[in-house]
Ligand binder design. Sequence first.
Ligand code: COA
Length: 390
Amino acid sequence: MSAAFGVLAAAAPAPARGPPLGTRHRASSSPSVAFGSRPRGASSSSACRAFTPAGAKIAGVGMSVPAQFLTNDDLASLVDTNDEWIRTRTGIGKRHVISGDETLTSLAAEASAKALEMAGVNARDVDLVLLATSSPDDAFGSACTLQAAIGAEGALAFDITAACSGFVVGVINGVHFIRGGGFKNVLVVGADVLSRYVDWRDRGTCILFGDGCGAMVLTAVPDPNDCCLLGFDAHSDGEGNHNLTASCVASVSARGESKPRAEDASAASAFAGFDNIAMNGQEVFKFAVRTVPDTLGKSLKAAGMDDASEIDHLVLHQANQRIIDGAAKKLKVPAEKVVSNIEKYGNTGAGSVPIAIAEAVEEGRIKEGDVVATAGFGAGLTWASAILRW
Ligand code: COA
């Protein structure tokens, strides 16, 4: 699926959703989109908002990583590897991992607070929280705990699971919600704490992943043709799912193969959780090298650009420096336009693209009016790209 907003001047309205189960239901606070006239008796401040197509801009970004980190030398004390091999094959020098009280929600709250501050948006004015993650603190998702942590009490909040493509998918969704009308401020967060699922005995995977989070505030602007999302492209291929997994594992009774009995109430018999990350590295590498230039080419075309010469920055999912370099070469993007921080953080899953964008903004590298080409790819398999105007 690919599209350009220059062409789709009036995007289809996004579907409204009720509040997720298990969260506080504030009857007056969950946004819902009304198509057509305002219901009789509803005031202008009613939660039921009229459909008014809008444009969207990026208003702020922020990031956070855990305090503790592991260097390549640290990993060499766990598995048979070394700094030189890891740097040469991946470009990674260290990765941060959560410890103590840190959680996915705490990282996401810190990054979100920074993004809201830059945007000058009060958390109470956020209408929608989209949390892209594959490693929530709760199987039912962590968007609602993030919503509570930052005080976005009026927002609908839900998780998006699209692995390392999640943040790009989240931005595409967020812009659509705004353009459909009824949502003014959307907080899109990409966060993962994949260290929870890393097998620290597997040198093929433990060197790659780190924890981290980035956030972006999208805000409505009156002109529907004024949109920060110039073009996008997004895909999935479940046939390749087996190449990168953290599968659900459950005991016999938890799998439903026998009727639960009172004596099964012991912890062991009722266990369900997720296995370690298992990856076919070479297949995932080939998939990334094939799909990233392809999806970016489609997004550029959707944005009305002949090639990548019109972009100012290339911000790819930080999975492997060789993948980043290969895609940049194929798209003919010079090295000075390529944003890379993989040396410091490794692969932070859904966090990697927004962390890279937030750092580049903080460093003054990405400036107002710049065009950023970004792409995510990973488990699912999923891949997505977007051309954004900062
Ligand atoms: N340290 C030292 N040696 C290692 C090693 C490590 N950490 N990991 C693997 N090796 C060894 C292998 O055992 C193999 O040894 P052999 O030749 O004696 O059998 C050799 O190095 C080459 O292994 P290979 O798997 O072919 O290496 P590679 O060049 O493909 O690099 C990855 C491995 C994982 C770095 C690379 O495949 C990759 O980055 N794939 C994409 C992964 C990815 O991006 N995943 C996330 C997507 S969101």
